[in-house]
Write a protein that binds this ligand. Structure first.
Ligand SMILES: [Zn+2]
Length: 247
């Protein structure tokens, strides 16, 4: 009887609140899962071909435009944690892919890009930790807050690469004195755009002795729209997206 009631309840919930794609809100097969069309549009598990020394490799999970941006905006601008299950689902779906295995092979632990203390207390959470924390623990990779943001940086969304570099130099430091000699570290970040933020973090980790540095970004433009986006922002001064706006 109990089982019957449970099934009836599940059917009722399914009927009243059918699972919808977290991006386009179309009815989908499974709760929190992207519909096939959105998955095709945004899922892009690939390595950035550029040189981001001292980072050894950058892998992204999704393309920033075409859906992920909306999820990240809800998370960062509206502090809406309801989008997290959908993001975790995306990560779970790629967890067994070769690209992930090869990236994580030999990695000792992960470090999230830190928020400035003021930003953290405003928002109440570090979005990168929320996105990756549980997934990394399933991969037996501890997430260690080894970095700190030494100063609040202005919003970077309208700045080009050179301007970002200037602003971000020295913006990160070791949170504690830890010897990382011989360690391979994975930096996780929500959005990778010019790479300036992650490179600054990587420099600090290198100065702590880290041997190898990898980056896993939930979303990235990989230059597909970035220069275009900056041009739009600069000409219209329109408040919009991209890396670090509300970090
Ligand atoms: Zn969709």
């Amino acid at each position: 009887m109990e089982k019957f009631l449970r099934e009836l309840w599940d059917a009722l919930i399914y009927f009243l609140f059918p699972p919808r794609c977290p991006v386009c809100r179309e009815i989908s097969d499974e709760r929190y899962r992207l519909c096939a069309a959105c998955e095709k549009k945004i899922l892009r598990l690939d390595t950035y071909a550029g040189n981001f020394a001292p980072i050894d490799r950058v892998l992204r999970v999704t393309k920033y435009r075409g859906g992920t941006r909306d999820l990240l905006r809800k998370l960062k601008f509206d502090n809406n944690l309801n989008v997290i299950p959908a993001m975790k689902k995306i990560l779970d779906d790629v967890a067994s892919r070769e690209e992930i295995f090869s990236l994580l092979d030999g990695v000792n632990f992960a470090v999230p890009v830190p928020l400035h203390a003021e930003r953290f207390s405003e928002r109440g959470f570090n979005q990168t930790t929320e996105i990756f924390g549980e997934w990394l623990s399933k991969k037996n990779l501890p997430l260690r807050n080894l970095l700190t943001r030494t100063r609040a940086t202005p919003k970077l969304y309208s700045l080009n690469k050179a301007e970002r570099e200037k602003i971000l130099v020295g913006a990160f430091a070791a949170a504690e004195a830890v010897d990382l000699r011989g360690q391979s570290v994975l930096i996780v970040d929500d959005i990778f755009t010019t790479g300036t933020t992650c490179r600054e973090c990587a420099k600090v980790l290198k100065s702590m002795g880290a041997k190898k540095i990898f980056v896993l970004a939930f979303a990235s433009d990989f230059g597909e729209n970035f220069s275009q986006a900056v041009a739009i922002h600069q000409s219209h001064k329109r408040v919009d997206n991209t890396e670090d706006r509300v970090r």
